[in-house]
Design a binder for this molecule. Structure first.
Ligand code: P53
Length: 490
C-alpha cells in the first residue's frame, strides 16, 4: 500500500460556512452575512440600502456596491451563513465525531471579523481569540492536527465598505496584523497554515460565465491578487520568524483543464487557461516571482499594476512551504463552437462526453485529480495536500436516522485510488481533507441541501431544523479507510 505512514486523513470546513454566531461575542459582519441563499439556477444576492434609502439586492458574483449605498441585512431575506451549522456552539460535539472517524487532521478557518470585528483595529477581540484557542485545544485532546486557513472568503464587511476591500493596499497591513495575531496566539497549538483560500478564483472565474469581463474588471482583479500575494508572502515570513516549525501553504482552486480537440489552437488555449487560472498564482506563491507569461496576461487587458520594488523582494522572501489545493472537477476548453454546454454553478465550457456530472453540473473526474497532482508536483516539487474534494449531493435522512450515500462513497473511493497512483508515481502527497466533512452552507449557492458531509446536519435551505448531527453511511466507510491508512476502500 502506498499511503505513507503518518499520512494525514481528515476533513475541511470554513468559518463563514459553519460557525454561525455571526454577531455573537463581539464578532463583526462579513460579506457572507449579507449574502442570501440561492440555488443551482438562482444566484445568491448581496443586499444593501441604496443612497435614497431603498432596500436593494445584486448578484453576489462580481458584486460592486453602488455609490452612496450601505450593505444591509433586510427583514424579508434569509442569510444562511449567519447561523451556519452553529459550529460555534457545537464544536465539541463535532470534533468528537471527527475523532470517532479517526481524523488526524482538521482543516478550518479563522473568521477575521471574530478577531478584528472591523478589520482595522489595533487590538484583537479577546472573545474571538479564546474561541479558537478552545477549538485547537479540543483538537489536541484527540491528537487532531489543525490545518488553519487564515483567510477563507470572509474579509470583514467594514473593510469592504470603508476601504473598498482588496483593491486597497491598506488591506495588506490589516491582514498582516491579523495573521501575526494568529501566529503568536496559537503558537504550540497549530503547525499548518494556509494564507488565502482559492486565491486564484478572482481571476480564473472572471469571464467563465458568459459575460465577458471588462478590462477594468481585470485591472481590479489582478491588483487585488497582487496585494494578496504580498500579504501572503509577509505571512509566510512572519510565521517562520515566530515559529520555525510552522509550515505555510498556498491554497489554489484546482481545476484540471482539457482541450476539446487536437486542433493546435485548442491545445494552445488549454495551455493558456492553465497559465491564467492555475499557474499564475501558484508560480508567484511557490517561486516568489511573476512568471514570464504574466506580461502577456496583463497586456491582453491593458492592466497596469501598482507593484513596488519592496513588493518584489517580499514575494521572493515569502515563498510557501507547501502546495495545497481543492479539487472537484475538470473542465473542457475549446476555440470551436460549443454545442453541448455544461450549465451548473461554477462549471463552464463544453460537456465532456467521457464523464458524468453531479446535480450541480460538476464533472466527476478522479483521473483529473491524479493528472493535477502529477502536473503540479513536477512544476514545484513541494509537498502537496488535497485540502478539499468531495461530492455535493442531495441526501435523505431516513425515519430511523440513517443516511445512505453510496454515491459519495463511490466518488471518494475513486479519488483516493487516483491519489494513491499519484503517490506511486512519486508525488509527495501528505494529506487529504475532503470538503464539508460535516454538512455546511454551500459557498456557491448558499444551499444546505448541497451536502458534502460524512455527518448530516438537520437544517434546510430556509434555516429550519433541529441542527442535530447524524452519521451517514460514508461516516463508517471513511472510518475504515482511515483505520487502514487507505488500504481498505470497500
Ligand atoms: P460549493 C467554485 C468552484 C470550486 C470550488 O463549493 C469552490 C467554488 C466556490 O463555490 O469553492 C470551494 O460550496 C471553497 C469552499 C466551497 C467548496 O469549494 O459551492 O473553498 O468554500 O464550499 C464547495 O459547493
Amino acid at each position: 500500500m502506498s499511503f505513507p505512514k503518518g499520512f494525514y486523513w481528515g476533513g475541511a470546513t470554513a468559518a463563514n460556512q459553519c460557525e454561525g454566531a455571526w454577531n455573537v461575542d463581539g464578532r463583526g459582519p462579513a460579506l457572507t452575512d449579507v449574502t442570501t441563499g440561492g440555488s443551482v439556477k438562482e444566484p445568491r444576492y448581496v443586499t444593501y440600502i441604496d443612497k435614497d434609502g431603498n432596500p436593494q439586492k445584486m448578484p453576489s458574483m462580481g458584486a460592486k456596491l453602488p455609490e452612496g449605498a450601505k450593505y444591509a441585512v433586510l427583514d424579508d431575506c434569509y442569510y444562511p451563513n449567519q447561523d451556519g451549522i452553529d459550529f460555534y456552539h457545537r464544536y465539541k460535539e463535532d470534533i468528537a465525531l471527527f475523532a470517532e472517524m479517526g481524523f488526524n487532521m482538521f482543516r478550518m478557518s479563522i473568521s477575521w471579523s471574530r478577531l478584528y470585528p472591523q478589520g482595522d483595529e489595533l487590538e484583537p477581540n479577546p472573545k474571538g481569540i479564546e474561541f479558537y484557542r478552545n477549538v485547537f485545544k479540543e483538537c489536541k485532546k484527540y491528537n487532531i492536527e489543525p490545518l488553519v486557513t487564515i483567510h477563507h472568503f470572509d474579509t470583514p464587511l467594514y473593510l469592504e465598505e470603508h476601504y473598498g476591500g482588496w483593491k486597497n493596499r491598506k488591506l495588506i497591513e490589516f491582514y498582516d496584523r491579523f495573521a501575526k495575531t494568529c501566529f503568536t496566539e496559537y503558537k504550540g497549538l497549530v503547525k499548518y497554515w494556509l494564507t488565502f483560500n482559492e486565491i486564484n478564483n478572482t481571476v480564473m472565474f472572471l469571464d467563465m460565465f458568459g459575460n465577458k469581463a471588462t478590462d477594468q474588471m481585470y485591472q481590479e482583479a489582478y491588483q487585488h491578487l497582487h496585494y494578496q500575494f504580498v500579504a501572503s508572502a509577509h505571512a509566510v515570513k512572519m510565521a517562520h520568524e515566530i515559529d520555525p516549525d510552522y509550515v505555510v501553504g498556498c491554497m489554489i482552486c484546482g481545476i484540471t483543464f482539457y482541450p476539446a480537440t487536437c486542433d493546435p489552437a485548442d491545445i494552445l488555449l488549454n495551455r493558456h487557461t492553465w497559465e491564467k487560472g492555475i499557474y499564475y498564482c501558484g508560480d508567484v506563491q511557490c517561486k516568489g516571482k511573476y512568471p514570464t507569461f504574466a506580461k502577456r496576461l496583463w497586456a491582453e487587458h491593458d492592466v497596469h499594476l501598482d507593484i513596488t520594488e519592496q513588493d518584489l523582494i517580499d514575494l521572493k522572501e515569502g515563498t510557501v512551504d507547501l502546495y495545497t489545493f481543492s479539487y472537484y472537477m475538470s473542465t473542457v476548453v475549446t476555440t470551436h463552437e460549443v454545442t453541448d454546454k455544461v450549465s451548473g454553478n461554477f462549471s463552464a465550457g463544453a460537456r465532456n462526453p467521457y464523464l458524468e456530472y453531479s446535480d450541480w453540473g460538476w464533472a466527476l473526474d478522479p483521473k483529473g485529480l491524479r493528472y493535477y497532482l502529477e502536473k503540479i508536483y513536477d512544476r514545484y516539487e513541494l509537498p502537496m495536500m488535497v485540502v478539499e474534494n468531495g461530492l455535493g449531493a442531495y441526501d435523505t435522512l431516513e425515519e430511523d436516522g440513517t443516511i445512505h450515500d453510496p454515491y459519495r462513497i463511490d466518488y471518494m473511493r475513486k479519488h483516493i485510488q487516483d491519489m494513491e497512483l499519484a503517490i506511486e508515481d512519486g508525488v509527495d502527497l501528505i494529506a487529504y481533507t475532503p470538503w464539508g466533512c460535516i454538512d455546511l452552507v454551500s459557498a456557491g449557492t448558499g444551499e444546505m441541501r448541497k451536502r458534502y458531509g460524512f455527518i448530516y446536519v438537520d437544517k434546510d435551505d430556509a434555516g429550519n431544523g433541529t441542527f442535530d448531527r447524524y452519521r451517514k453511511d460514508s461516516f463508517y466507510w471513511y472510518k475504515k479507510v482511515i483505520a487502514s491508512n487507505g488500504a481498505d476502500l470497500d
